[in-house]
Design a protein around this ligand. Structure first.
Ligand code: ADP
Ligand code: MG
Length: 255
């Protein structure tokens, strides 16, 4: 008998649940179906872009995942554990989900260090070490004691990113996070942001209406229209084989 036949077979590891799983999400406002049976999942460490025109339901999806709005039907799981359905609901602050929005929303009366430390708990020295680590990573160490008004838009964006990542959220939700920035700076900041997200291993759901941004940043794109996901897949699969004319038109203005 060969060694291979006698060696004990290790038990198969159970498959890892996705970091985020959204099942059959439906949201109705004033009789209008704004989200219609939306389902998707995000593996750990991946960036998923929810891409679609204004008004298609992207921000509503994020708000429900964050726990600040509630669905009319559907379920959300984080690491395989139920976070909310229509009767059960883990409060937003206990979901380990980070948020980052277009307007950064830094606290103007707090220093850069205090902003980044805001969501942190634990011993002071550990908090300080995490703040210093992240500020070094976003090249803002020299601004650790500055206040937000003294920073440029791009610098404020990097502080907001450091603040969102500081508590090591299991999922980071980003709603049009670059749209407030100067057009000429955006691609550089997108690339830097993506590099940091990958280093931290954060699972990300990023909302955008710009196909170029989704192509540049996503592992997976969810193409959304009028409350439904009409196509999903790796960026180049969507670009090369759009599901229909409207999807093709949406991608056609990428240069
Ligand atoms: P997107 O982020 O893709 O631009 P939203 O999710 O913000 O779209 O909105 C989707 C639709 O839901 C829009 O028609 C919007 O007017 C409607 N909507 C969003 N929030 C509310 C609300 N609180 N009450 C009523 N209608 C809403
Ligand atoms: Mg929106």
């Amino acid at each position: 008998m060969s060694l291979a036949e006698t060696a004990p077979v290790p038990p198969a590891a159970p498959p890892e649940p996705p970091r985020l799983e959204v099942q059959n999400l439906t949201r109705i406002f004033d009789g209008q179906v704004v989200l219609d049976d939306v389902s998707f999942s995000i593996p750990a460490g991946q960036v998923t872009c929810l891409l679609g025109p204004s008004g298609c339901g992207k921000s509503t999806t994020l708000r429900i995942v964050a726990g600040v709005d509630m669905q009319d039907a559907g379920k959300i799981f984080v690491d395989g554990a139920l976070v909310c359905d229509t009767v059960f609901r883990v409060p937003p602050e206990r979901r380990a989900i980070g948020l980052m929005f277009q307007d950064f929303a830094l606290f103007p009366h707090l220093s850069v260090a205090e902003n980044v430390a805001f969501g942190l708990t634990g011993p002071r020295a550990e908090k300080r070490a995490r703040v210093e680590e992240l500020l070094a990573r976003v090249r803002l160490s020299r601004h650790i004691d500055s206040y937000p008004h003294a920073l440029s838009g791009g610098e404020q964006q990097r502080v907001a990113l450091a603040r969102a990542l500081a508590p090591r959220p299991r999922i980071l939700l980003m709603d049009e996070p670059f749209s407030g920035l100067d057009e000429r700076l955006r691609d550089g900041i997108r690339d830097e942001t993506l590099a940091l997200l990958k280093e931290e291993g954060t699972a990300v759901l990023l909302v955008t209406h710009e196909p170029h941004e989704a192509m540049r940043m996503a592992d997976q794109i969810l193409l959304m229209r009028a409350g439904k996901i009409v196509q999903r897949g790796a960026p180049y699969n969507l670009y090369n084989a759009p599901a229909d004319r409207a999807a093709a038109a949406f991608f056609s203005d990428i240069n």
